[in-house]
Write a protein that binds this ligand. Structure first.
Ligand SMILES: [Zn+2]
Length: 170
C-alpha cells in the first residue's frame, strides 16, 4: 500500500496526503537530491523552463528541479511534518505529531530557508494554510520567523548551516 497520495487541495493546487497513520517522530519520507542535475542562479533566471514551483536550493549557490513526492507538500504555519537535514541535499521528513490517514502532509517553508531562495522569485507569498497560527505572509527567510520558531527549527538544520548561523540564534 502506498504511504501517500497526491491529490488536489481546495485552495493550494496539488498536495501530498497521508495514506496511512504516522506516529509522532516516525519517518515519513526520505529525500536525496544529490544525483539531480544542479543549476546556478544565473542559469535558472535565463531559462524559463527552469522557473518552476519545484525548484529547491541545495547549498553552494546551486539549485535543482525536483518532482519528488516531497515537492508536492504544501506549506503550513502549523505543520505536521518537520525536516531533518544531514546536508542540504539529503533530508528526512518526520511526523511532528501523530498524523491520521487522509490528512494533508505539510511543513513550514521558512524552516530551512536560510540562504538561497531570497533571490529567485518567491521572496514572500500570501499564506492560505488556514491554521489558527497562520502568519499570513510567508517569507523565504528563516530570520523573519519568530524567535520561538527559529529556536524550534534550528536543531533540524544541517551542521554546516548550524555552524554558520549559530551566533544569530543564541
Ligand atoms: Zn499560514
Amino acid at each position: 500500500m502506498k504511504k501517500y497520495i497526491i491529490k488536489k487541495t481546495k485552495t493550494k493546487g496539488k498536495g501530498l496526503y497521508a495514506n496511512k497513520n504516522f506516529k509522532k517522530d516516525e519517518l515519513v519520507l526520505k529525500v536525496d537530491l544529490s544525483r539531480l542535475k544542479s543549476f546556478t542562479l544565473k542559469q535558472m533566471q535565463k531559462d524559463p523552463k527552469l522557473q518552476s514551483d519545484h525548484c529547491d536550493y541545495i547549498g553552494n549557490r546551486r539549485f535543482v528541479i525536483s518532482y519528488h513526492l516531497y515537492s508536492y507538500m504544501n506549506h503550513s504555519c502549523n505543520p505536521n511534518v518537520y525536516i531533518k537535514h544531514s546536508s542540504m541535499k539529503k533530508m528526512e521528513f518526520y511526523a511532528m505529531r501523530n498524523i491520521k490517514k487522509g490528512e494533508e502532509l505539510t511543513y513550514d517553508y521558512g524552516a530551512n530557508a536560510l540562504e538561497g531562495f531570497d533571490k529567485i522569485g518567491w521572496e514572500s507569498f500570501k499564506c492560505t494554510c488556514g491554521s489558527k497560527k497562520c502568519r499570513k505572509t510567508i517569507y523565504s527567510n528563516f530570520f523573519k520567523l519568530s524567535k520561538k520558531l527559529q529556536k524550534k527549527y534550528f536543531k533540524y538544520l544541517p551542521q554546516s548551516l548550524k555552524r554558520k548561523y549559530r551566533g544569530r540564534i543564541e
